[in-house]
Write a protein that binds this ligand. Sequence first.
Ligand code: ZN
Length: 418
Amino acid sequence: MKKKQSYTFKNATVITYDPKNRTFTGDVCIEDGIITAIGADLACKDDLIDANGKLLLPGLIQSHVHLCQTSFRGKADGLGLMPWLESRIWPLEAEHTPESIYQSARLGLEEMILSGVTTVCTMETVHHTGSVFSACEDAGVRAIVGKALMDRGQGVPEKLIQPWDEALSELEELHKEFHDSEDGRLKIAVTPRFVLSCSENLLREAYDFAVKHDLVFHTHASENIKEVESVRSELGCGNIEYLHRLGTLGEKTLLTHVVWPEDGELDLIRQTQTKVAHCPTTNLKLGSGIARVAEMLERGIQVGLGSDGAACNNTLDLWGEMKLAALLASYKSGPGSVDPGKILGLATLGGARAIGWNDEIGSIEVGKRADLIMVNPDGPHWQGGDDWFSKIVYCGKAADVELVMVNGCMLVENGKLI
Ligand SMILES: [Zn+2]
């Protein structure tokens, strides 16, 4: 990671995602990690980066991932959600040590940063969350890290069951140690795993903690039909309806998946300004289904995009997720139902809104943090057409990312980690 924080990109094709959604050819100046000027022929004096013929985009935002699961890649194929959790993921998570989880996180971050991800919103396991903060700190990425909260559940190893009061006091310690550290680059989230692994007490107390400290409340919800049926048979109502009854929906709540909302539940999400993370590859790989993203966007629900963990994807490539999200929306709601500009938005400004960080990231605007990526569109797979959004979503690849910057610090140059 290169610490210097002042640069000028010259003659880039800039996809801004500013309020006017401008795309223009020109310069972007960065001082001390902040975007200070955007325009043509700027007279910024700092280190010049020749971006002629290159695309400059807001850094990609992973709205849902599990860094602790990177080392489980290929160890849990061919299973649906509950057997996947019970027979593989939970036992593997229970075996993690602080060192193994750090290595798993670094590996996942390396893959993501090289592909242009500048922010991750990650749900970790029950223990060793401090190791993941350390990995994010060392890798230079912007991150919202949560410790999984689980105090009950069928098939959960004993090691992963933690009484809610103990979990909350650990959360308090993590909050004190890591929240807003590294120049505000690292934040903590409150992350109950899902309704089936959390008592009512845990969910209520965890949400109160999130509200008290103004934190994102991030959980899985309605990923799989069997999960939704189990919630209904245990609790007598819909999964998302249950979260609403407990008062845990709201503008800082991020629900991952929402493949199986029941009648009226998308309305609850919209009314409460709850956010959604869409993980298309995972939803197909675990055989869960296809989320109704076009409908969510039409209703004004903010949606981000995620790879989920490497144990259910099995890569952490948002370029692939963008293309798949576009294809699935076309299949589910008709061709053209979600245009490529909106799809790129899921991985940039929409993602920033989904994780509650759009005041600082998600677009290239003066005053925002310099989280940027430079992409080389010279390869044969980019040639033809003049719609950059279409080319980015349908043609772009992770390997086309040449430069990655977070907070004005260079993490990738010439396609290599530095
Ligand atoms: Zn997940």
